[in-house]
Design a protein around this ligand. Sequence first.
Ligand code: SF4
Length: 112
Amino acid sequence: MASETETNNAANEEALRREIETKLRAGLETEAMPRADSHERVQEIIARLRASDGSLEAKLVIGGFTLEPVVHEGIEQACETCMYYLVHRKWCELPELDLPVEPKWSCRLWRI
Ligand code: SF4
């Protein structure tokens, strides 16, 4: 059985997930393109995330979050197929993002 702390953490994570969804549905403009499909581009985006204020908005905008998977070069780039996705926690473990996500969301740092 889950402890009270675990239950509270899960509730907090779900609240943050809904906050992200609300911001994106409200039209927050994120840099979904260009995708990070070269080493240089990945390094550039990671450097910008590290230099940012680390706020939720900065992560969503610079990371290029979307509520639907982006299809790039014939590949559907959804969180659920990304190497950084923790399936049981519905979490992105890329250190510069470190956020709760949904399986069908996406960001431009998607990686297989
Ligand atoms: S890095 Fe992967 S798991 Fe994290 S938000 Fe982007 S697509 Fe989703």
